[in-house]
Design a protein around this ligand. Structure first.
Ligand SMILES: NC(=O)c1ccc[n+]([C@@H]2O[C@H](COP(=O)([O-])OP(=O)(O)OC[C@H]3O[C@@H](n4cnc5c(N)ncnc54)[C@H](OP(=O)(O)O)[C@@H]3O)[C@@H](O)[C@H]2O)c1
Length: 298
């Protein structure tokens, strides 16, 4: 399959390296990373160890083929710019798969691409960008993907098969929008709390005050989801959030890393979007507002 992975950072480079075996795959990313990959290949260390010889460019203008699949792996604040750039190279037959976190990516993509061509996915793999040309795979996870309208299609079947063949354990989601919401609710507490209190994920279960805070955030975020018609329960989401805290207890969340590295965070696409949706339905958004303001002040 002809694949463009747009956003050669942590997760895009990992998926790109794995998909480059047996596919015509190309990474689109920033110049230092692309130059290093062109020179020495892409080195993945940690849970996966490989040196991938993968095509890489800093702009879609240098891509010479038409993609069957475009995988979007930029941070949510870059989604719209990325899709506008990618539009130059995609055709009516290209499927666009968002593997990003946040509640506004699909909306941003669908402004520029017919939503029939858009598939959403969620992955629990963990990775970080260690240096140009190098990625650390910190946690092996699973991936689910599905059509926005929940229909079973050959596109999803083909991509699920393709990912599994590349060693990316993937299943079809029965309701991918619900899965995107589920991940956003988990991230709505873990990400800002760890970034504000500058702690590992595990602190959120070790410190009773932070654990209580996590519970309050989860409750408010679930109420907002329910108001928007998303059938998720507080007890289930709280149990899942606590499970992620336990399984990633030594990790530093991506939001904390962004704050430390003085980079933009995805707060607007997670807690910010929760506030926007909550206000629409007159559901209290006070806790999410405190979190957004605290992160922005950092
Ligand atoms: N990392 C994980 O473990 C993980 C796991 C699950 C889901 N996710 C989600 O996956 C998405 C990507 O996360 P990530 O951690 O992989 O982010 P990341 O490391 O920041 O990767 C995104 C890369 O795309 C580059 N980029 C952005 N716009 C571009 C453009 N127009 N042209 C070329 N390159 C561009 C960025 O460069 P600059 O930084 O210079 O802008 C960055 O190198 C996020 O939504 C995240 O929440 C991540």
């Amino acid at each position: 399959m002809n694949i463009i992975i747009f956003g050669a950072g942590a997760i895009g480079s990992l998926f790109g390296a794995l998909l480059s075996k047996g596919n015509n795959a190309i990474l689109i990313g920033r110049k230092p990373h692309i130059t290093a990959i062109k020179k020495n290949g892409l080195k993945i260390e940690g849970k996966t160890n490989l040196n991938a010889k993968i095509k890489a460019e800093s702009s879609v203008d240098n891509v010479t083929f038409k993609p069957d699949l475009l995988i979007l792996t930029v941070k949510s604040y870059d989604t719209e710019t990325a899709i506008i750039q990618a539009k130059k190279i995609i055709t009516n037959d290209t499927i666009v798969l968002s593997l990003q976190n946040g509640l506004d990516n699909i909306e941003k993509i669908s402004k520029h691409i017919s939503s029939e061509k858009v598939i959403a996915g969620i992955t629990t793999h963990g990775a970080f960008f260690s240096k140009p040309g190098g990625i650390k795979h910190t946690g092996k996870g699973t991936t689910v993907l599905g059509e926005l309208n929940r229909k079973k299609t050959k596109h999803v079947d083909n991509i699920v098969k393709l990912f599994n063949e590349a060693g990316i354990k993937t299943a079809e989601s029965k309701n991918v929008i619900k899965d995107v919401w589920g991940k956003a609710i988990i991230n709505s507490s873990i990400n800002p709390l760890t970034a504000i209190f500058k702690c590992r994920n595990g602190c959120l279960s070790e410190n009773p005050i932070l654990e209580k805070f996590l519970e309050i955030i989860c409750e408010e975020s679930v109420k907002i989801a329910n108001a928007d018609g998303i059938d998720l329960s507080y007890s289930d989401m709280l149990a899942k959030t606590k499970e992620v805290v336990k399984n990633t207890s030594d990790n530093y969340s991506s939001m904390l890393q962004s704050v430390i590295n003085r980079k933009k965070t995805e707060i607007d696409s997670i807690n910010g979007k929760l506030i926007e949706i909550g206000r629409k339905y007159n559901v209290s958004t006070l806790i999410n507002e405190i979190l957004v303001n605290s992160i922005k002040s950092l």
